[in-house]
Design a binder for this molecule. Structure first.
Ligand code: NDP
Length: 331
């Protein structure tokens, strides 16, 4: 059967496309321009891969995109750490963009819908990770829409709020239209190999940029804001396996493999890739998070129901580093 994947040319989106093609689906992906469609067709030359151009998440017309489609994976959403205009940059495309594609899918008679959210929407505790607490599907980020729209918060926080209100909009829509079987995926920070088209490492996706900043010679030590990770291939597998899993209907699927602090990542790279020593960021004397409680997450649906265990931190970091080094050579 044919599925529609929005944001097909993004870091995660491209892995979802690959996973779905590998599992026998015909995949149609939305991108914003003809040039992006051409680039993506080079990544997926299969005749089972189609592209459709939807230039605008909020006002875009999905009639053509949804023709002969049986399920939707909505993954497109702005993800960056810089914000100029909270509404225009994050909140509107996330929330109204989700509602726009969900309305179109409903009008087209599509019942199965998967929406990519983030673990950030379950971070209900003010201490975020440093708390002896297990986050689960009843937890919600306490931030209000008004706070997010106020223009006083850092970009990353506004991004998390945009995902919270987009996710809530999707759940409300599914409640109003009970014939829709909605599943939401809530992954932690995703790292892994880049297979989507990028023209420069300056336009690398936001999460992999954290790892790149450790090896690009900038000697940066990014803050451990949300130091829990998962790998991109497993995250894509969760999206695709969920398509056929009734047990995930109406569920939030939280996914993480556990802590991934900057300190741990630097240790891994220093040990396994000694040739990068000159360009590696300095390893702090101790992990700033050592000795503090580290929150846990209820990943039972992803792990037990869908059977996706995820790669460990070492494998995830090294696959990412090697992919970024390859890209450096190519670009
Ligand atoms: P990318 O930035 O690599 O991909 C984002 C995708 O969404 C791209 O296809 C992009 O299109 C599209 N998009 C972004 N903004 C708009 C817009 N205003 N209008 C139309 N399309 C837009 O990010 P990721 O792959 O990392 O993120 C994919 C999804 O996963 C998002 O929903 C994100 O919130 C979620 N997520 C990501 C995590 C991570 O650590 N990476 C963690 C948890 C959740 P274009 O290329 O044209 O800009």
């Amino acid at each position: 059967s044919r599925i529609l994947v929005t944001g097909a040319n993004g870091f995660l989106g491209a892995h979802i496309v690959k996973e779905a093609l590998d599992n026998g689906y015909i995949v149609r992906g939305t991108v914003r321009s003809a040039a992006k469609a051409d680039e993506l067709k080079k990544v997926f030359p299969s005749e089972k891969f189609e592209t459709v151009i939807v230039p605008d998440l909020i006002a875009g017309d999905y009639t053509e995109a949804l023709k002969d489609v049986t399920a939707l994976i909505h993954s497109a959403s702005p993800f960056a750490v810089e914000v100029n205009d909270p509404k225009k940059d994050f909140l509107d495309p996330a929330i109204d963009g989700t509602l726009n594609v969900l309305r179109a899918a409903h009008a087209a008679g599509i019942k199965r819908i998967i929406v990519t959210s983030t673990v950030g929407t379950v971070l209900s505790q003010p201490e975020l990770m440093s708390v002896d607490y297990t986050y689960g599907s009843d937890d919600w980020l306490p931030l209000t829409y008004e706070q997010a729209a106020s223009g006083t918060l850092p970009g990353f926080v506004v991004y998390l709020a945009s995902k919270k209100y987009a996710e809530l909009a999707a759940w409300d829509f599914a409640k109003e239209h009970p014939e829709i079987d909605l599943t939401v995926i809530n992954p932690t920070v995703i790292y892994g190999p880049v297979i989507h088209p990028i023209s420069s490492l300056k336009s690398l996706n936001a999460s992999n940029t954290i790892i790149y900043s450790l090896i690009n010679g900038s000697k940066a030590i990014p803050p451990d804001t949300v130091p829990v990770f998962c790998d991109v291939v497993s995250t894509a597998q969760i999206h695709v396996k969920a398509l056929e899993s009734k047990a995930t209907y109406g569920k939030r699927v939280i996914f993480t493999k556990g802590p991934g602090t900057v300190y741990q990542m630097l240790q891994i790279i220093a040990k396994a890739r000694p040739e990068l020593a000159d360009r590696l960021s300095p390893i702090p004397e101790a992990d700033p998070l050592a000795g503090k409680p580290f929150s846990k997450f209820d990943t039972s649906i992803a792990v037990d129901v869908l059977g996706v265990k995820g790669l460990d931190l070492e494998e995830t970091v090294l696959q990412t580093v090697d992919s970024l080094l390859e890209l450096e050579k190519k670009l």
